[in-house]
Design a protein. Structure first.
Ligand code: FPP
Length: 238
C-alpha cells in the first residue's frame, strides 16, 4: 500500500451522527473530538507523517451561539489534554487559521502547546481553527505587503509560488497527498484551496465520530490504487 505522507480531513457529520443516536449535537462534537485522538494514533501507526484536520472554520461562527460556545469549551479542554497526548506520542502540534479571532485563553493554550511540542519528531498534527482558505491567502498577501513596506522584502519583489507558500499558515508543511471528507458532502468548503492543487480526494458517507481505523485504511487503499494507475505525475504507469 502506498501511504500518503500528508492526509487532510474535513471532519463532518458530528451533528447528524448524534441525531441518529437520539442525542444532542454537542454529544456528536464530544465524540468527534475523541475520534480525532484515535485517528492521530492510527495515522502514525500506518506511517502517515502529517495530519491536518478542519476543526472550526471562519464560517462556523454563524452557528447558534450555544453550539459555538459548546465547541469552544470542547476545544479548550481538548487543547489541554492534547499536551499529554503530544508528550506521550511525540506529536508536534500546530494550529492553522486566524488565531487572533479566538479568545485570549485559547490563544495562550495554543502558544503553549505549539512551543511545548515544537521539537517532537512523531506525527505532525495541524488543527485548523478559525480557518478559511481565502482568509489565509488574504493574510499571506497582506503579510507580503507589510514586509515590503517595512523593508524586509525589496520594493521590486516579484510574487512567486514560493513567496506565497512561505507566507501561508502551512509554510514548511508539505501539501496534502490525500484529502478525506466524511459524511457525504463532496466539496472543499474553503479548506486548503492553495495546498490541494494536486491532492487526491476521497469522500465517504460515514459520519466523523464513526470514522474508524478501518475507514482510514479504506481511504488509503483507494488513494493507493489511484497512485498505482496514474503515478504521481499523472502519467499512466499500468
Ligand atoms: C462537524 O460536524 C463539526 C465541526 C466542524 C465543529 C467542531 C468539530 C469538532 C468538535 C471536532 C473536534 C476537533 C478537535 C481538533 C478537537 P457538523 O456539526 O458540521 O455535523 P453536521 O454536518 O452533521 O451538522
Amino acid at each position: 500500500m502506498n501511504i500518503p505522507e500528508h492526509v487532510a480531513i474535513i471532519l463532518d457529520g458530528n451533528g447528524r451522527w448524534a441525531k441518529s443516536k437520539g442525542m444532542p449535537r454537542t454529544y456528536g462534537h464530544t465524540q468527534g473530538a475523541k475520534n480525532v485522538e484515535v485517528i492521530c494514533r492510527e495515522a502514525w501507526n500506518l506511517g502517515i507523517k502529517y495530519l491536518t484536520v478542519y476543526a472550526f472554520s471562519t464560517e462556523n461562527w454563524s452557528r447558534p451561539g450555544d453550539e459555538v460556545k459548546a465547541i469552544m469549551d470542547l476545544l479548550r479542554s481538548y487543547l489541554k489534554t492534547c499536551k499529554n497526548t503530544a508528550e506521550k506520542n511525540h506529536m508536534r502540534v500546530r494550529v492553522i487559521g486566524d488565531k487572533s479571532g479566538l479568545s485570549e485563553d485559547i490563544q495562550q493554550s495554543i502558544r503553549e502547546l505549539e512551543e511545548f511540542s515544537r521539537d517532537f519528531d512523531g506525527l505532525n498534527f495541524q488543527i485548523a481553527l478559525n480557518y478559511g482558505s481565502r482568509d489565509e491567502i488574504i493574510r499571506a498577501f497582506n503579510g507580503i505587503l507589510g514586509e515590503i513596506r517595512d523593508g524586509i522584502l525589496p520594493e521590486d519583489t516579484v510574487v512567486t509560488e514560493d513567496l506565497i507558500e512561505s507566507h501561508l499558515d502551512t509554510a514548511g508543511i508539505p501539501d496534502p497527498d490525500l484529502l478525506i471528507r466524511t459524511s457525504g458532502e463532496e466539496r472543499l468548503s474553503n479548506y486548503l484551496l492553495w495546498q490541494c492543487a494536486y491532492t487526491e480526494f476521497y469522500f465517504t458517507d460515514v459520519h466523523w465520530p464513526a470514522f474508524s481505523k478501518d475507514e482510514l485504511v479504506k481511504a488509503i487503499e483507494a488513494y493507493s490504487s489511484r497512485q498505482r494507475r496514474f503515478g504521481k505525475t499523472g502519467e499512466q504507469v499500468e
